[in-house]
Design a protein around this ligand. Sequence first.
Ligand SMILES: *Cc1c(COP(=O)(O)O)cnc(C)c1O
Length: 696
Amino acid sequence: MHEILNQLNELSYNLYWTWNNDFRAIFNEINRDYWKWSQKNPVKFLRSINDNYLFDIIERKNLKDKIHKVYREYREYINRDTFFGKGKLDENTPKICYLSAEYGITKCLKFYSGGLGTLSGDHLKSASDLGVPLVGVGLAYSYGYFRQYINAQNRQSELYEKNDFDTLPMSLVLDEDYRPVKISINLPGRKVFAQIWKLNVGRIKLYLLDTLVDENNVEDKRITDILYGGEEEKRILQEILLGIGGMRAIDALGINVKGNHINEGHSAFLIFEKIRVAMKKHNISFKEAQEMCYYSNIFTTHTPVPAGIDIFPKWMIEKYFRGYAENELGISFEQLFEEGDLTRNQANNDHFNMAYLAINNSNFVNGVSKLHGKIARKMWALPQDRSQIVSITNGVHLKTYLAIESEKLYRKNFGNDWLYKPGVWESISELPDKDIWKMRNQNRDILISYVRERAVDRIRANHESEDRISDVQNLLDKDVLTIGFARRFATYKRGTLIFRNLERLKKILANDKLKVQFVFSGKAHPKDEGGKYLISEILRYSETEEFRNKIVFLDNYDIDVAKQLVRGCDVWLNNPRKPLEASGTSGMKVIANGGLNFSILDGWWIEGYTPETGWAIETPENYETMPENEVDNFESESLYNTLENEIIPLYYKRDENNIPVDWVKKIKGSIKDLAGQFNTERMVKEYYEMFYSKVK
Ligand SMILES: *Cc1c(COP(=O)(O)O)cnc(C)c1O
């Protein structure tokens, strides 16, 4: 009994389980309701269940072998030879420190808001798969990002739920005397302390800083309460903690770091801290230390517009950095402030720009798609005598988003280690159409059951009449072309573009033979009234006679909802206002599950789109100068036309076995051409080859 429980326990503390379908299936089998209640968190699950009772179930349901098997695979995974090296990661190999304000790893770790977070999480997961020497640093938010509720007026409301770190897959870092390791930072009139949590992401360690400690005053305890709360001064404190505190944590933990990957500007204050340490260590001047540190900084920008960049007013920088500049760095405050100015000589500049700080001080700078890199190069024309901005297109961690049924298909045809077989994606063309179509039908079925279950849960939670339950049990249709749209409801993503010509949409949805249904999901930032309004609009439409049961909005979009949607949808719709989608990643998540992309040619889709892989929404040639209203008209027309003339007819064009052979051909084209390309394994390899391996 002890062996099996120990194995479960060890597994539960390594986030390897977040991309292992077999492990999660075990908990589902032990007790499905309980698994749901725990928010799919094995640590909480195991903590709150009696050992004897658990062991009985394991015996009764014959789960022992399954657990041993997953455990064995996990040990093999940790010790496997990799792209980077042989066997286990050597503790002493100099590492790259990857810093991000958010990490989206799994549902129960609410330390993320959207795409930037899932990208950071996927970066660590693939670094683990590849054995790249890397360590992650971030913040342990006691509340994190909000939970979305839809109130009776169809408005988004927000609830912040406390994270109970003790029942999450993370552990406090302790010293030899079992006391928490702490770092501190001097702030005006006080010192702020932080403790450090450790998370295992496969072979990679992620360290998160937490200011909820006794030494801090009430205000400082709240530095790490919520993510992107919208208060400027809280944000600068979080960024000081992430950048400066992050460096001190790495030092306190004795980790050998050779370079820092600043993922978006939030952690860029680390630049000053590194200079400070180098000055002291080598007894050199600010300028000398700055020159020296430049070569080991890596900066990834995610914003294609100047307005999207992290900026602080001069007085605030002065408040927190005058003392640091004069006493620690031996320079004037003005000199420090100039680092947040791209040209370092702009008169009357009264704002400090975190991206400029990072660009000025990083030898390696990149945008997150080919187009975005190009825009960034134009936006920030850098002097020719320094390294230029390059492009590394984003990806997704394939296994995290892969449906059980899709994985089964790949395993059955290509063997257990299918993912690591060269040429596996090309071989997809050889699979029988009927097998691919069966996988699609299963994936869609599971999504629709999930949508229905969520609707039932909501009725129960709202204490609505039980009669309502039979209504929602027939929500959506398992055989119908299912189109998904889910992401943050930032207004530039135009969540309601499909409703632009209501009569046209009504006509499309009124067709009884060629049926279509839509599933929407997404959260708006609490202070984004525009985004919240879009959500209300969709909810309102979903309740009208014409759209009822054909348009569904799932509340509280998170990684788990995202997983369900990208596995189940036939088509993934994306219609951002070009060129504001630096990359976008959600569309990449559908590929290996057999979903097809239908998107504006922005971000990654310009690189991914061909007539063999999916569909494009056309953008007018002069979109940059055209009034937004007219662009919306043009693009929505293209959207309706493609939907009516191409997508819907293709889906319903069946052979004698009721298989849509041309549709399946497109799925094969999409998997063959895109799955091997738009993943974080390829992406992390590029970071390694272009940047990490060049840092001395
Ligand atoms: C993948 C993902 C995103 C990113 O979606 P985009 O369409 O690229 O903006 C945001 N949120 C969650 C929960 C995701 O899983």
